[in-house]
Design a protein around this ligand. Structure first.
Ligand SMILES: [Zn+2]
Ligand SMILES: [Zn+2]
Length: 654
């Protein structure tokens, strides 16, 4: 029989024919020697696979290099196996949990028995990894029968892998082996260990098996690896910068927020400067929303259980809510009655909508509230502002018709881009989560409605010039959504808030508007909190700017530094003038040397310092210093007031 030809389609649509079987490596080499050198894995009809795994049918392929997330994941997953091999060599009898790639690197959860390792042992493991990598052992993929796989790990005495095997179907199980190390693994992996030239193990932490506090605690070892030394160096530098900018550290230094064990974990307390920052940010957002036709509403922090039963939030999400305040404990005959701390603002806002009968002429109706909600996050997950138990959403609910969805999304995108611009975020994009057409019964509402809404969101993003990736099957059962993502100054990507379409709650609460035909119609609802929560967003913002907030947002915009006691009254005079123009200003009246006061204002990252002494008092002037730039010039008070107010306004209107 003559060898069968298959057609390979490349990302640009071009095709080439090959005798099958052909591997990703063969195809890469056929394209260019450079690509073959850089190839890490291959995407075959959407699935990332081993470069060396034969391709036997016509397929769309993409050769994955370091630049592709799939390529990096394969690299890091293979590094996790390499680390496991090193551990097995150094700690015979070690047992393995799971070892996945993560956003930036990889980890492996291991059971060392009676032994313990700390940070000081990591270097030795790294050295072993490097030694093994130099052997350039092949990662060999091997399908294996379930019975044989079980036999292998029984013999090895690894109960974790045996437990993982329980959930796998016979016929779908593969082993990967490099050198003497064998792992239960779906892959994919690099062709061989030689590519993993620069590895760095970063951290050791405890991790419960399967995240369950009642199961054994394993040792989680984090690492990262790169094909080039310069990449590793750059990464370590960024990590160091990230540590310096950690919002928990900066928040403490700048006196923005604190936590009290007496108040409870995950419940941030905003100090005066942090509260000022929060207020400034929310006033800015409120102003923008008023311009766009949002109407403010205010609702209480609790609501009857009944309300959350209708909305479906209770009891289904009971585990992630604070326990209810019960008036009547439920038993067999009676339903429990009482109140719940609100986990969401939506049901309250819906009751405001339902308070009146609305006409189509009023739509869209947009209710906005900086609404504080409460969720019971596991205490192990709490840390800083990124995971908290009480937080304030920049929440709004829009009630509109299907035809209005597109314009509403456009407006939310416009608002978000404006705010991100004012905060000096330059790199952002969106993800649109769509329904899975192969799984129609999963979703509420008819297919045509979904397709129309999804097209509206897609067009909204495109018309606003917002780069958006689409994820099929990621939509909630009740509607498609758009998520905002920003890249911070350190190149890390953060997911912010969401614009979520909802066909479910209007149904559950039987909402209506009267159409031009005098009939009742169901409005569609949009939940939108483009920044998510103030807490989390401020955490991201702190790390983005390292605490150097833009002038308009800085909690203290100006510190006046009198050079001696004689000039305190004049310093106060300057402060009063600035305050009368809404500039946030402090006078440093401490009995300290000028140099000390300047340094302390620098540490506090106050954008502007005004030094006043004999000459300034005589001339009615101030000597201006800008944070990080030193002395600039001496100008009259009035000129300075004009200059700073103009600079603040320019930021807010550009
Ligand atoms: Zn693996
Ligand atoms: Zn909502």
């Amino acid at each position: 029989m003559s060898p069968e030809k298959i057609t390979i389609t490349f990302p640009d649509g071009s095709t080439r024919d090959y005798e099958q079987p052909v591997t990703g490596r063969d195809i890469a080499a056929d394209v260019s020697a450079g690509l073959a050198r850089q190839a890490l894995a291959v995407r075959v009809d959407g699935e990332v696979r081993d470069l060396m795994r034969p391709i036997e049918h016509d397929a769309k392929i993409e050769i994955l290099t370091w630049d592709d997330p799939g390529g990096r994941k394969t690299f890091w997953h293979s590094s996790a196996h390499l680390m496991a091999e090193a551990l097995e060599a150094l700690y015979p009898g070690v047992k393995f949990g799971i070892g996945p790639p993560i956003d930036q690197g990889f980890y492996y959860d291991v059971d060392l028995g009676e032994r313990a390792i700390g940070k000081e042992d990591l270097e030795r493991i790294e050295e072993k990894m490097n030694e093994l990598a130099r052997r350039d052992a092949v990662y060999e993929r091997r399908p294996i029968a379930k019975a044989q796989a079980i036999e292998h790990f029984e013999e090895k005495g690894d109960e974790y892998k045996l437990e993982l095997l329980e959930d796998l179907d016979d016929g779908s199980i593969t082993f990967y082996q490099q050198g003497g190390f064998v792992d239960l693994c779906r892959g994919p992996h690099l062709p061989s260990t030689g590519k993993i030239k620069y590895s760095k193990l970063l951290n050791v932490a405890g991790a419960y098996w399967r995240g369950d506090e009642s199961r054994p605690q394993l040792t989680r070892i984090y690492g990262v690896s790169f094909p080039k030394k310069s990449m590793l160096d750059e990464h370590l530098e960024r990590l160091e910068l990230a540590r310096e900018r950690d919002h928990r550290k900066v928040g403490r230094e700048l006196e923005l927020f604190t936590f009290s064990q007496k108040v409870g974990p995950g419940l941030p307390l905003w100090l005066p400067k942090g509260a000022t920052l929060r207020d400034t940010l929310s006033s800015f957002l409120k102003k923008e929303q008023i311009k766009r036709g949002y109407q403010p509403v205010v609702t209480p922090h609790i609501g009857r259980l009944e309300l959350f039963k209708t909305s479906g939030h209770y009891p289904y999400y009971r585990d992630s809510q604070f326990p209810p305040m019960l008036e009547v404990p439920g038993d067999g005959d009676r339903e429990e009655e009482g109140f719940l701390l609100k986990p969401m603002n939506c049901p309250h806002h819906i009751q405001i909508y339902a308070d009146q009968l609305h006409s189509y002429r009023e739509l869209p109706i947009r209710y906005a509230e900086f609404g504080t909600v409460y969720r019971y996050e596991q205490s192990g997950e709490l840390g800083g502002l990124t995971r908290v138990r009480g937080f304030t959403q920049d929440d709004a609910h829009i009630f509109c018709t299907d035809e209005q969805v597109k314009d509403e999304f456009k407006d939310v995108i416009d608002l978000t881009l404006k705010v991100l611009g004012a905060l000096e975020f330059a790199d952002f994009k969106a993800q649109i989560s769509l329904h899975d057409p192969a799984n129609k019964e999963k979703y509420q509402g008819d297919e045509a409605k979904w397709l129309f809404a999804e097209q509206s969101i897609r067009e909204a993003a495109r018309e606003m010039g917002l780069e958006a990736v689409e994820e099929i099957g990621e939509a909630a059962f009740y509607g498609p959504k758009l998520d905002f993502m920003v890249k911070d100054a350190l190149g890390r990507e953060w997911q912010l808030g969401t614009v979520q379409l909802d066909y479910n709650l209007p149904e559950r609460f039987d909402l209506a508007y009267i159409g031009s035909d005098d009939e009742r119609h169901r409005p569609v609802m949009i939940h939108r909190a483009p920044f998510g929560s103030l807490e989390r967003f401020i955490g991201v913002l702190i790390e983005h700017c390292g605490g150097n907030f833009p002038l308009w947002l800085a909690p203290v915009q100006v510190t006046v530094v009198p050079v001696g006691q004689d000039f305190y009254p004049y310093a106060e005079e300057v402060a009063v003038k600035l305050r009368s123009r809404d500039v946030r200003v402090d006078v440093d009246r401490r009995n300290e040397k000028v140099g000390y006061k300047i340094r302390s204002a620098e540490v506090q990252k106050v954008p502007l310092m005004l030094i006043v002494g004999e000459r300034e008092m005589r001339d009615g002037s101030v000597s201006v210093r800008r944070h990080g730039e030193g002395e600039q010039d001496t100008v009259s008070i009035d000129a300075f007031v004009e200059r700073i107010t103009e600079e603040i306004d320019r930021h807010l209107t550009s």
